[in-house]
Write a protein that binds this ligand. Sequence first.
Ligand code: SF4
Ligand SMILES: [Zn+2]
Length: 111
Amino acid sequence: MEKLSIETMIKMYCLHIHGNQELCADCSEILDYAFKRIEICPYQPDKPACAECPIHCYSADMRERIRLVMRYAGPRMWYRHPIVSLYHLRTKNKNITELPPKKDVKNDKNL
Ligand code: SF4
Ligand SMILES: [Zn+2]
């Protein structure tokens, strides 16, 4: 569900900001990166929203790029995709103190 949420927001951003029906190379790169992070997230299977994460494993560049996407698409999700937005709100409000111990993913050689 989180992948669907991110994909929906990036598609909305690319359509409205870049004018593309299909994801452009730049937005595809962000999507691929975000999916890979979700797959290796140390907080799985019950991860919080990345914006609430205490370690935030994204590179500085990718963090800024996804921030721009979220800032645009986040507020617009409520009336276009309310069910997906409800899921996003649930992960956003997760109690961080209840998260399991993390492993170091910032230096993961696979990324
Ligand atoms: S470690 Fe944090 S920022 Fe990275 S994918 Fe997991 S929740 Fe998101
Ligand atoms: Zn784009």
